[in-house]
Design a protein around this ligand. Structure first.
Ligand SMILES: Cc1ncc(COP(=O)(O)O)c(C=O)c1O
Length: 416
């Protein structure tokens, strides 16, 4: 049998293209910003992870240019061998100070970080325990590890406890959870997770891809939000969201970091973060440190938007109703309907991310809106107004920030 046979079979992607609702790979002709040029038209970007708007910050951009000029385009090797720049060490040191964890390991991407951390730490006789809604890269890490994976229903602490009870006393256990869930925008129940970990002698790792720069003191993330920094053993994070670059990291004790540095195949056998990305991540981190008001304003804006939507009857996941995170999912449930709505919104000049199974449970497709701090323009939530009339009817998005003035759209939301 030809291994390529599957490539020639009719596919969902082909079907969506035929129906004119294929939502992927829209090309940008501008910077990643609150307003972008996409496929030749100005559009409002409500689907970006550029939470603090730093991809266009002049100092961050300048840092990237300087690094490119000074160090060239790439490191041509792994951190382990020829690919360590002094700047990588500076980035790790400053990040460690910011996060208050001394052991930092940086990876090429956030995805690679999860794969590299989990596969290194979870050995043949160990267990890794995951929330079902964890990010795909966490699952990839579990698959690459030699250990056993157990999963619990999303944020279901009773199920988590049952998983922990299955772990033999002689085995190690690592509980891994998103801090802010990337689809639902809700926050992990870290106090309960940490209490259970303590009870059963397990370790806790939090994927803070969407927590860094958003939650906690000065944007230090989900553990800081709960005051649980000393009970979360490992933070994983990415430079590709709030820090406006590319790359990822692990933050832990020095001993755990040093073990991962010498055991992680995705770390050892892959090239290091290129100079420009390292410099922009470092500049963005410094900017965040100097501007603790940015995450604060983002949270304020997020709560304002949530309230505006729920006041008007739009369905947001219950556990995410009061979460001050910029990921706001609007349930549209049925896959084709979600795509039709996304297409219509797109045609009217607003980009949102349609999120479909298997990224969501079957029948729970959604439109994932992600807010950026800059959406508030002057930084105040009053500049953004989101009106949505009855669920089942129409969604009216009005963004009153100056640069977004022309938006005032009516879009059918749920299937009638
Ligand atoms: C929760 C979570 N973890 C990890 C990643 C991977 O990060 P990166 O895009 O930097 O590889 C993402 C990216 O979408 C994410 O949402």
């Amino acid at each position: 049998m030809d291994i390529f046979a599957k490539c020639y079979e009719p596919s969902l992607a082909g079907e969506l293209k035929e129906k004119g609702v294929y939502p992927y790979f829209h090309a940008l002709q501008s910077r990643q910003d609150v307003e972008v040029m996409m496929e030749g038209k100005r559009r409002i970007m409500l689907g970006s992870n550029n939470y603090l708007g730093l991809t266009t910050d002049p100092e961050v951009v300048e840092a990237g240019i300087r690094a490119l000029e000074q160090y060239g385009t790439g490191c041509s090797g792994s951190r382990f061998l020829n690919g360590t720049l002094q700047m990588h060490l500076e980035l790790e040191e400053e990040l460690g100070r910011f996060l208050r964890k001394p052991g930092i390991v940086t990876f090429g991407t956030g995805f690679q970080s999860n794969v590299g951390i989990i596969s290194a730490l979870v050995g043949r006789h160990d267990y890794v325990i995951c929330d079902r809604e964890n990010h795909a890269s966490i699952y990839a890490g579990c698959q690459l590890s030699y250990g056993k994976m157990l999963r619990y229903r999303h944020s279901d602490m009773a199920e988590l406890e049952k998983c922990l009870q299955k772990v033999p006393e002689t085995a190690g256990a690592l509980i891994v959870t998103d801090g802010v869930f990337s689809m639902g925008g809700d926050i992990a129940r870290l106090p309960e997770i940490c209490a259970l970990a303590k009870k059963y002698g397990a370790r806790v790792m939090v994927d803070d891809a969407h927590g860094l720069g958003v939650l906690g003191q000065g944007g230090r993330g989900t553990a800081s939000y709960f005051g649980l920094e000393d009970q979360v053993d490992i933070y994983m994070g990415t430079f590709s969201k709030s820090l406006a670059s590319l790359g990822g990291y692990m933050a832990a004790s020095e001993e755990v970091a040093d073990f991962v540095r010498h055991a992680s195949r995705p770390f050892i056998f892959s090239a290091s973060i290129p100079p420009a990305n390292c410099a922009t991540a470092l500049a963005a981190l410094r900017h965040l440190e100097q501007h603790p008001e940015l995450p604060e304003r983002l949270r304020e804006l997020s709560l304002y938007a949530r309230k505006g939507m729920t006041d008007r009857g739009l369905k947001i996941r219950e556990s995410a109703l009061t979460a001050p995170t910029p990921i706001i999912p609007i349930y549209t449930y049925e896959t084709y309907h979600t795509l039709e709505v996304a297409r219509e919104i797109y045609d009217r000049g607003v980009y949102v991310n349609p999120t479909l199974p298997p990224a969501t449970p079957e029948g729970e497709a959604l439109l994932r809106r992600q807010l950026e701090e800059l959406l508030g323009d002057t930084g105040t939530a009053e500049n953004v107004r989101i009106d949505a009339v009855e669920q089942g009817s129409w969604l009216l998005v009005t963004l009153r920030a100056e640069c977004l003035e022309e938006i005032g759209r009516e879009v059918p939301l749920t299937k009638e």
